[in-house]
Design a protein around this ligand. Structure first.
Ligand code: ATP
Ligand code: MG
Length: 199
C-alpha cells in the first residue's frame, strides 16, 4: 500500500470510529423541533421536502401557512389530495403589500387555532409552521402562547418552523436549527421568481 493509501485508510478508520460513537450515543427517541431560518433561499422548500418524506411513510402531516400567498405553491398542488395531509392557510390579511394590523391579527389568530389543534393531536406526526416567525415579529401572535403549545405537544410529534429572524426563545428550544445563508439570489439580479422552482 502506498503512503497516501495508508494515510487515507487510517483517517477513514478514525472517522468511522467517531461516527460509530455518535450513532451509539444517540439513544433518545422523540419528536424534534426544527427551525429553518436565515436570509437564503430554501427554508420552505426544505420543510415541504420533509413533509413529502413523512407522507412517504403514511404519517399524518399538518402544514400551516402563515402568509397568505400571492403565489400558488406547487408542493401543495401536488400533495393536497393525500388524505394524510392537512393544510391550513391564513385566509385573509397579511401579505407583503397590505398590512392592516387589526385584520392581520385576526386572520393570524384564526389560523393559529388550526395550528394549536394540530399541536395537540398525537396522531399528527409532523407539523410545519411556515413563516410563523413574522407573526411573532409583528406581534400578531404571542411568543408565550407558541412556546407553551410547542412544549406541551405530543412526545412523538415533530415541528418545523420556517422564516427569517427566528425568535431567540424558539432557537433556544429547538433541537435542530439551520440558517440558510444567502450567497447570491437571482431575484437581486432582476430575474423573476420561477414557477415550479420558487413556488
Ligand atoms: P423557498 O420557498 O424558495 O424555500 P424561503 O422559504 O427560504 O424560500 P422566503 O423568504 O419564504 O424564503 O421566500 C419566499 C419567496 O422568495 C420564494 O419564492 C423564494 O424563492 C424567494 N426568496 C427566497 N430567498 C430569497 C432571497 N434571499 N432574495 C429574494 N427572494 C428570495
Ligand atoms: Mg418561506
Amino acid at each position: 500500500m502506498s503512503d497516501r493509501d495508508s494515510r487515507h485508510k487510517a483517517s477513514m478508520q478514525k472517522l468511522k470510529t467517531r461516527v460509530d460513537e455518535k450513532v451509539a450515543s444517540a439513544t433518545e427517541q422523540r419528536g424534534l423541533l426544527l427551525i429553518n431560518t436565515g436570509n437564503g433561499k430554501g427554508k420552505t422548500t426544505a420543510a415541504w421536502g420533509t413533509v413529502t418524506r413523512a407522507l412517504g411513510y403514511d404519517y399524518k402531516v399538518g402544514v400551516v401557512q402563515f402568509i397568505k400567498g400571492l403565489w400558488e405553491c406547487g408542493e401543495r398542488n401536488r400533495l393536497e389530495d393525500d388524505a394524510n395531509l392537512q393544510v391550513a392557510i391564513m385566509a385573509t390579511g397579511f401579505t407583503w403589500d397590505t398590512q392592516n394590523r387589526e385584520e392581520d391579527t385576526r386572520a393570524c389568530q384564526e389560523v393559529w387555532q388550526e395550528a394549536a389543534r394540530m399541536l395537540s393531536d398525537p396522531n399528527v406526526y409532523l407539523v410545519v409552521l411556515d413563516e410563523i416567525t413574522y407573526m411573532l415579529k409583528f406581534g400578531y401572535l404571542d411568543i408565550e402562547t407558541v412556546k407553551q403549545a410547542l412544549e406541551n405537544r405530543p412526545h412523538e410529534q415533530t415541528v418545523i418552523i420556517t422564516g427569517r429572524n427566528a425568535h431567540r426563545d424558539l432557537v433556544a428550544m429547538a433541537d435542530t436549527v439551520t440558517e440558510m445563508q444567502e450567497v447570491r439570489h437571482a431575484f437581486n439580479n432582476g430575474i423573476q421568481a420561477r414557477r415550479g422552482i420558487d413556488y
